[in-house]
Design a protein around this ligand. Structure first.
Ligand code: FAD
Length: 495
């Protein structure tokens, strides 16, 4: 078979106009490529469009949660609010000319690979179809709200809603509000409402490790300085202490008996000891599992919030929900007007329920029957020219997912070059390479802090930590250059 080496114009379909899809779209436009971004909603932004709850902030310093190519001088504080981040993504997409390339209201319900044509056909919820040589799945991780299974939930007479489906008509000021769940979202909502609600009950099963972090606002003079000199922004984004803390954090995750995790635990325990005065409340808030086993909570305000007179921390098991409020296992009733379900997301769905059919009709549902997985979080055997951003087994933790997505894009772009140069028409990781990766990953994952015995969304359905189990540097190294021997690149070369 002769190898075809003429360069090839490709058509790209990006699924999702959140942070990752915007990144892919902009990078492809910059390279002069033909790209269409399909977004099911009527606005871009993903996470930051859907989550509008009071207190929403990104827990990565604002200047570090931006694209590397688009620093931003306007952040009002060290940590940005969700609304500000949404505005940043909208401005960025406009600035880079991406908006005309986004098809809003286009939910991708199917992707079917045609081996003869070496291209994908996308089917949309509105009935249309489109074809593309390459699919970039940027459909998000924390995207499908998880509703709690509590008997009687539907009977609640007030307003009950998931935190990612905020009900603007709900009573908050001077009202009796319950918040179920104490991940980052529940903690942020309680912090924000503690001085607004007449009574605020925070329902939590297991207390969180709360990492104290600085919080300060930028003055107009500082913003003006950022505008004049982006080196000042870079100094925050690339601050060596910040990156050292990320590296320490991933060391902590991967070395459960190491000094880094011990230091994190000590910091959080000192925070608990010095911040919470009432010994009974302090014990209620003391975690009984390893720090960072669940996503570590970064907060400058939660311990203050729960000590306010209107706030009550409830640790009992919820027996059920009644029209008046939440009934606890000991019979106590918390009468409520509003109930916020900060109960997280189905973090194992990724692009599903979209039906994805690859080579020979291989289905993604079958490939992911045990767990969602991808070779280095990027691609799946039998699904050629199909690449994921923030896909399964990628790094999760207290660092910027924008940096993760940019590194993944750098890797994917190198694979795309092979297609652009016409060296192959179809590229996918080999089964052997993927199996080897998964074997090593699962073995390492079991020994991370995520596998140290707590329940969390980091675990897959079999109890194995679902994420990247090695250091941040190992991820950066892996993304720097694909190992092409692990890919089936020549099988589909043009005759
Ligand atoms: C409350 C909350 C707080 C967070 N805080 C942080 C933080 O502090 N730091 C951090 O780094 N990360 C944080 N994250 C993670 C955050 O999700 C990522 O940082 C980032 O926004 C993910 O971008 P994404 O584009 O991968 O996914 P998303 O933002 O989820 O965007 C995916 C997009 O794809 C669209 N889509 C999905 N399926 C389809 C389909 N079939 N067809 C068409 N369109 C589709 C969706 O509508 C959405 O617009 C947080 C997440 C949440 C929920």
């Amino acid at each position: 078979m002769a190898k075809h080496t003429e360069s090839r114009a490709l058509r790209y379909a990006v699924i999702g106009a959140g942070m990752a899809g915007i990144l892919a779209g902009i990078r492809l436009l910059q390279a002069g490529e033909a790209v269409t971004v399909y977004e099911k909603a009527d606005r871009l932004g993903g996470t930051w469009r859907e989550n509008r709850y009071p207190g929403l902030t990104c827990d990565v310093p604002a200047h570090a949660y931006t694209y590397s190519f688009e620093p931003y001088a306007e952040w009002r504080a060290y940590y940005a609010t969700g609304g500000e981040i949404q505005g940043y993504f909208e401005k960025t997409a406009e600035k880079y000319g991406l908006m005309p390339h986004i098809r809003f209201g286009h939910e991708v319900v199917s992707c079917v690979w045609d081996e003869d044509e070496a291209r994908w056909t996308l089917g949309f919820g509105n009935g249309g179809t489109a074809t593309a040589d390459v699919v970039i799945a940027a459909s998000g991780v924390l995207h499908h709200p998880r509703m709690p299974e509590i008997p009687g939930l539907e009977s609640f007479a007030g307003r009950a809603f998931h935190s990612a489906r905020w009900d603007d008509a709900a009573q908050l000021d001077g009202a009796r509000v319950g918040v179920i769940g104490n991940g980052s979202t529940g903690v942020q909502i309680v912090s924000a409402l503690s001085q607004r609600a007449e009574r605020l009950v925070h329902f939590q099963r297991s207390p969180q490790w709360i990492m104290p972090v600085p919080y300060f606002e930028y003055s107009e003079e500082q913003r003006e300085a950022f505008r004049r000199d982006t080196a000042l922004i870079d100094a925050i984004r690339y601050d060596k202490d910040y990156w050292a803390s990320i590296n320490r954090f991933t060391q902590a995750i991967t070395h459960v008996d190491g000094p880094e995790i011990a230091a994190i635990e000590q910091l959080c325990l000192d925070n608990l000891e010095t911040s919470v005065k009432d010994p009974v409340l302090r014990e209620k808030l003391r975690p009984d599992y390893r720090a960072a086993c669940k996503r570590l909570i970064y907060s400058w305000s939660y311990y203050d919030a729960v000590q306010r007179p209107a706030v009550f921390v409830e640790r009992q098991r919820i027996a059920g929900i009644e029209p008046e409020g939440v009934r606890m296992a000991d019979g106590t009733l918390h009468a409520l007007d509003t109930l916020v379900l900060a109960t997280g997301f189905h973090a194992d769905r990724f692009i599903r329920p979209t039906q994805v059919l690859g080579r020979g009709g291989a289905s993604l549902d079958d490939a992911w029957r045990v767990r969602p997985t991808a070779y280095y979080a990027i691609g799946i055997p039998d699904f050629p020219n199909f690449f994921m951003l923030n896909g399964p087994t990628g790094p999760v933790g207290n660092f910027s997912l924008i940096d993760i997505a940019e590194r993944q894009w750098g890797y994917i772009d190198q694979l795309l070059d092979l297609l652009r140069r016409g060296e192959t028409r179809a590229i996918a990781p080999s089964h052997a390479a993927h199996a080897d990766y998964e074997e090593r990953r699962i073995a390492a994952a079991r020994t991370t802090i995520f596998g140290s015995g707590c329940a969390s969304w980091y675990l897959d359905a079999t109890g194995v930590p679902a994420s990247w189990p090695w250091s941040y540097e190992a991820f950066a190294d892996a993304m720097a250059k694909p190992v092409l021997a692990d890919y089936e690149v020549r099988a589909a070369a043009l005759a």
